[in-house]
Design a protein around this ligand. Structure first.
Ligand code: DX5
Ligand code: ZN
Length: 220
């Protein structure tokens, strides 16, 4: 099992003080910075645009940008210059294969996200283009929701697809992740833990992030 990486989700940070919160989690050992881009259509919430991503990508922590937008074909180009990982939802992409190819062609790691109801085999014909599979463990739109721990079975299914592909593809879980459930997802095959409220509401962010990184697989 590879190194577990933690990607704090900024949606739970102080929107009036993003810079301080970014520095805080970077100092606390975050490996990535998860930027939830929501357009008010794919999900009812509205969050960040490319100007925020452009600013945030200069803090020396790779941006893990999660696009929850209805029209990823037109939004992807706006974020390509600032993303280390750029993740689109399989449910929103009319031409997913072409879109992932576009992301790859720009030297950005291509991610594909699956909502809770979406089966893993929807991505079987694009696995050769994918660097990250983001398994949603909540219904997207907000931080602070209860984790759908049943998605651990989907993580296991994705893990076995990745293993049969022979490619090194990261598997992330996103939504309601805490030190209480991280071990379950790690033992199911996740190696990136996206965590918003658990990290940003913690009094000691360093030990919270460390605990997530050291989450021992808890066999259900
Ligand atoms: C939900 C987002 C998640 C969420 C994570 O639509 O994709 O990244 O903000 O926040 P927590 O960890 O608080 O659920
Ligand atoms: Zn997210």
């Amino acid at each position: 099992m590879g190194k577990i990486r933690v990607s704090p989700s900024l949606i739970s940070a102080d929107p009036a003080n993003l810079e301080a919160d970014v520095f805080s989690v970077k100092e606390a050992g975050a490996d990535l910075l998860h930027l939830d881009v929501m357009d008010g259509h794919f999900v009812p919430n509205l969050t960040y645009g490319p100007l925020t991503a452009e600013r945030l990508c200069h803090y020396g922590i790779p941006l893990d940008i999660h696009l929850m937008v209805d029209n990823p074909d037109s939004v992807v180009p706006l974020f390509l210059p600032h993303a280390s990982y750029l993740t689109v939802h399989v449910e929103a992409a009319t031409h997913l294969h072409r879109l992932l190819q576009l992301i790859k062609d720009h030297g950005v790691k291509a991610g594909v996200a699956l909502n809770p109801a979406t089966p893993p085999d929807t991505i079987s014909y694009v696995l050769d283009l994918v660097d990250l599979v983001l398994v949603m463990t909540v219904n997207p739109g907000w931080g602070g929701q209860k984790c759908l721990t049943g998605m651990a079975e989907k993580v296991k299914a994705v893990k076995s697809m990745v293993e049969s592909s022979g490619r090194s593809i990261d598997i992330a879980v996103d939504g309601g992740i805490t030190s209480m459930n991280a071990g379950l997802f790690v033992s199911s095959g996740a190696d990136i833990l996206v965590s918003g409220s658990h990290v940003f509401k913690a009094s000691d962010r360093r030990s919270t992030i460390l605990a997530l990184k050291e989450s021992t697989p808890k066999h259900p």
